[in-house]
Design a protein around this ligand. Structure first.
Ligand SMILES: Cc1cc2nc3c(=O)[nH]c(=O)nc-3n(C[C@H](O)[C@H](O)[C@H](O)COP(=O)(O)OP(=O)(O)OC[C@H]3O[C@@H](n4cnc5c(N)ncnc54)[C@H](O)[C@@H]3O)c2cc1C
Length: 549
């Protein structure tokens, strides 16, 4: 039995940040436990490799959600990273903070200190923004600079993005949408997406925060070690029970256990440890330590759709879809770390209003200079683009109101929990689908977009009825891989699982720090907010520890 000041469960986006920050002063010992293996793999390091890691069961939990009645009974594939870096090692690299209102709503729900003005400086402290070709192109962002503190590398890859970019200003301005050639970091605006890369390689949370810290003598990292239960005595988290290569181990936390297992596995582990909906736990003979119905509830996710277009000029399909193109890009990547393999396929987009009269920024848009057919089960065709020049545009609602859940189905930690997105279960979410499809219709109808097309769009969105737009969405929409809120923050136990300092209500020395604590989903991609939450949590944890010698 080993003892540490802090035991962190899960080396994902959040866990890697905490491992760095809690060991930076050298005062505290930390154990970081990760179910998955080391992340030193070619397909993780090479940015576009996420098309391969998407299904790789050796580094992915490969979950499926329950069949969704509102989506024609479809059960969707929900990949989650199971490797150092967690989902930041397999994600699509887009970096976006969302909008100020997301965080102001966190604060308005009673979570003091989480409004945008409170957390903005936390973002600025973690971001290291660079442009590979011209650092001075965006003078406003240069002052973020570098420091000796570890930061996340965020790249403005505009120069390297597909040449279709020259048409976008025209297309979006004809649609009445704000477009700039500088990537949007937050709020309303379309442009090239920022991506989390460093010199052409993926910059996961492990790359940015864990690897530079890994040699610290008071940090111990155990990959391939699955936590099965948090051991709680007298309503205080004391230790964790875990399994490594078939053998059981127990590790004691002198100060705190910090749960960073992500939006699916954090509620699962709390439920297995006796913190969850009483009725559910009784069903599996798990002694109820805190009857907490919010554990595993309020799940939110972005549900998106893509529309397909045949282009009258070469797109990435013409590069990635044949061997000569792949070999050329491979050489370009190996020699210079540039080209399509050093990028995400999500190259352009951002946040917008579905109509000029919308009172809120409600839509996230994607414009990808590649087209590949939708997932069948857990297959992703990103590596097999359509055999013609094509591109995709897509959208998802920023702030869907439908909610889902995560529930254990067995006391056996090996068994995957059941999960549901509860998608499209509110009228607002259905209305949003129509409004966003109408926006795409207006973009489709611009002269700028028409000039790019070899043939008319497959779907004439402007003439389809509302019912047809919804039916098409129900048949084809997929998760954008952003489940969150399953252990949400709330000032009282009847509202949330953790308080504003991310301490589990009713249990001492136990915090949850990951995407599961979001009080509501943020408007854009969820990696940035998760990293921010972890940085802020580290400040809180260290403040508590420094007060109690
Ligand atoms: C395919 C895909 C594409 C995405 N694209 C983007 C994108 O482009 N931009 C963006 O911002 N976001 C994207 N996301 C979402 C984003 O990556 C996540 O929201 C974020 O990484 C969540 O961080 P986390 O710390 O909450 O969880 P994770 O990063 O998933 O970390 C949880 C960690 O805990 C470990 N763990 C779980 N259970 C146990 C256990 N019992 N014992 C030990 N360890 C355990 C897991 O293996 C994992 O390493 C994407 C996600 C996926 C899956």
């Amino acid at each position: 039995m080993d003892e540490f000041d802090f035991v962190i469960i899960g080396a994902g986006s959040a866990g890697c940040v905490l491992a760095d920050k809690l060991t930076a002063t050298g005062k505290y010992s930390v154990l970081l436990l990760e179910a998955g293996p080391n992340d030193n793999r070619f397909w993780i390091n090479m940015p576009i490799g996420y098309g391969i890691t998407y299904t790789d069961a050796s580094i992915n939990w490969n979950y499926f959600c329950e069949p969704q009645k509102t989506l024609g009974g479809r059960s969707m594939y929900w990949p989650r990273g199971k490797v150092l870096g967690g989902s930041s090692s397999i994600n699509a690299l887009v970096y976006h903070r969302g909008q100020a209102m997301d965080y102001d709503d966190w604060a308005a729900a009673g979570n003091t200190g989480w409004g945008y003005q409170d957390i903005r400086s936390v973002y600025e402290g973690l971001e290291d923004i660079s442009s590979p070709t011209n650092n001075n192109r965006r003078p406003g962002l240069d002052n973020l600079g570098k420091s000796e503190k570890l930061r996340l590398s965020i790249t403005d890859a505009f120069e390297d993005y597909h040449s279709i970019k020259t048409e976008l200003d025209g297309i979006f301005s004809q649609s009445g949408l704000p477009y700039r050639e500088t990537p949007p970091l937050e709020g309303e605006g379309l442009g090239p997406y920022f991506i989390t890369t460093r010199k052409g390689k993926r910059c996961s949370s492990a790359t940015a925060f864990l690897h530079p810290a890994i040699k610290r003598s008071h940090l111990k990292v155990l990959p391939s070690t699955t936590v099965e239960k948090i051991v709680i005595k007298d309503q205080r988290a004391k230790a964790v029970q875990c399994r490594q290569h078939g053998l059981e181990h127990m590790f004691v936390a002198r100060r705190e256990v910090i749960l960073c297992a992500g939006a699916i596995n954090s509620p699962k582990l709390l439920q297995l440890s006796g913190i969850g909906p009483g009725e559910l736990l009784y069903q599996y003979n798990i002694p109820v330590l805190v009857d907490q119905p919010n554990v595993g509830r309020h799940l939110q996710d972005h549900l998106g759709i893509s529309y397909y277009y045949r282009a009258n000029r070469p797109t990435l399909n013409d590069v990635l879809g044949n061997w000569p193109g792949r070999i050329r890009s491979g050489m370009q990547y190996l020699l210079r770390r540039t080209g399509p393999l050093s990028l995400s396929v999500n190259q352009f987009g951002g946040l917008a209003r579905s109509s000029p009269t919308s009172s809120k920024i409600d839509t996230q848009l994607y414009f990808n200079p590649v087209s590949y057919q939708p997932n069948a089960g857990n297959e992703r065709k990103l590596t097999q683009p359509d055999p013609y020049s094509g591109f995709m545009m897509g959208f998802n609602a920023c702030r869907p109101t439908s909610t889902g859940w995560v529930n254990i189905t067995s006391p056996d930690p090996e068994v995957a929990p059941h999960m549901s997105g509860g998608y499209l279960s509110t009228q607002k979410d259905l209305d949003d689908v129509v409004a966003m499809a109408r926006l795409l219709g207006r973009i489709q109808d611009t002269e700028g977009l028409t000039n790019l097309l070899l043939e008319p769009p497959q779907l004439d969105l402007s003439t389809m009825t509302d019912a047809d737009l919804i039916r098409d969405f129900q048949q084809r929409a997929t998760t954008v891989y952003h489940p969150c809120c399953t252990c949400r923050m709330g000032p009282k136990p009847d509202r949330g699982v953790v308080d504003a300092e991310l301490r589990v209500h009713g249990i001492e020395a136990l915090r949850v720090v990951d995407a599961s604590v979001f009080p509501n989903i943020t408007s854009a991609n969820t990696n940035a907010p998760t990293l921010m939450v972890a940085h802020r949590a580290a400040q809180m944890i260290l403040a508590t520890a420094n007060r109690k010698p």
